[in-house]
Design a binder for this molecule. Structure first.
Ligand SMILES: [Zn+2]
Length: 358
């Protein structure tokens, strides 16, 4: 059985193909996944062959810009809209602290306002599936993904990602909250009591739930039990489909990348960046390899179809849950290296990288 969020799958993809996707979720597969993922909240991805080009032999003509942002206005409390605006005003008045030659980008301020919707536990998966990240399509095999999937057994508790008020808690058969009726089956949408950096209301959506344990209009606290994991709607196999929406909680076209909203665990950070052509055009569908001495992870760029960048960041890829350390970021095609650069992941922070491809 497909352990993926079929809410984001085209119907045709219900038919197993001969390509990569697993077609059965046997118990052993589930256990293997949990075993594999439990020690470190990252997904181990099979080592991907990369060209054996040493950095010193790389062509230097490819113009690339790397801006490692040092966010100084990380929100550690729950500011009101006023304090949020004030924080940005304060930030905007600070002198540039970035390395000389690197454009100072005051806009890129971390906003890790959400906790994970699944409790941290040896037996639960509390991080999103990296094979189908926000904006991912699994190489065109599936519909663009509007959120993150947390694979857990039916009836696993789902927790509110932050304080707020329940906007919607019902089946989505008669009230559309996605691209089609009965898309999420049963869903909860919470409006949080803070705004996005651009001053718009922030919502989280919890889809395919088994049990709804709250009602519309109810106030909830961060970490409060609101639902349990199920497979309602267009889904095969129980999992939580989790979205962040900005501006309009009912509009599935208003999602944002949850990786930029969910607080990293201590000892972990997030990579975010932008891949663009030399003319500055967004390049979707690019595979980004992030490699350290232990393993190679993958993520993919997005854009255009239904998903949105944070307007402040203008990112088109992220890779969350990276242990603090140094990595190589690599883009290659047909064995030819197009980009390769070393980066550092910092504790609780976002490392920003810009990649320009010819
Ligand atoms: Zn999903």
């Amino acid at each position: 059985m497909l352990w993926m969020c079929l809410a984001a799958c085209q119907p045709v993809m219900l038919i197993p193909t001969a390509t990569a996707l697993p077609t059965e979720d046997t118990k052993s597969t589930v256990e293997a996944r949990i075993e594999q993922f439990t020690p470190i909240p990252t997904v181990e991805i099979a080592l991907t062959p990369t060209p054996s080009i040493t950095p010193t032999t790389l062509p230097t003509a490819t113009p690339t810009v790397t801006a490692t942002i040092e966010p100084t206005a990380t929100w550690t409390t729950a500011p009101t809209l006023t304090s949020t605006v004030m924080a940005e005003v304060v930030q905007a008045t600070l002198p540039p602290t970035a390395t000389i030659g690197v454009p100072v980008t005051l806009r890129r301020v971390d906003h890790y306002r959400l906790r994970r919707p699944i409790e941290r536990s040896d037996t639960l998966v509390d991080y999103g599936d990296k094979t189908y990240p926000y904006g991912g399509t699994q190489f065109g095999a599936r519909e663009v993904h509007l959120g993150l999937d947390f694979f857990n057994a039916r009836f696993t508790p789902i927790l509110a990602a932050a304080d707020g008020v329940v906007l919607f808690a019902d089946s989505d058969i008669t009230t559309l909250v996605g691209p089609a009726a009965n898309y999420y089956g049963k869903a909860i949408i919470i409006q949080h009591n803070f705004n996005s950096p651009e001053g718009l209301p922030v919502f989280t959506l919890y889809g395919h739930v088994q049990e709804i344990l709250v009602s519309a209009g109810q106030s909830v606290k961060e970490g409060e039990l609101i639902a349990t994991v199920g497979d309602a709607g267009v889904a095969i196999g129980p999992h939580l489909h989790f979205e962040v929406r900005v501006g309009d909680g009912f509009d599935y076209r208003m999602t944002r990348n949850p990786d930029l909203w969910i607080r990293p665990y201590p000892g972990f950070g997030t990579l975010a960046g932008q891949v663009a052509s030399a003319s500055g055009a967004n390049m979707a569908g690019i595979t980004i390899l992030v490699r350290d001495t232990q393993r190679t992870r993958e993520t993919y760029t997005y854009g255009g179809d239904r998903v949105s960048s944070n307007p402040a960041w203008e990112e088109n890829f992220t890779l969350a849950d990276l242990p603090v350390g140094t990595y190589e970021v690599i883009v290659s095609t047909n064995g030819r290296s197009l980009f390769r650069e070393a980066i550092s992941i910092r504790d609780g922070d976002t490392t920003w990288i810009e990649i320009t491809l010819e």
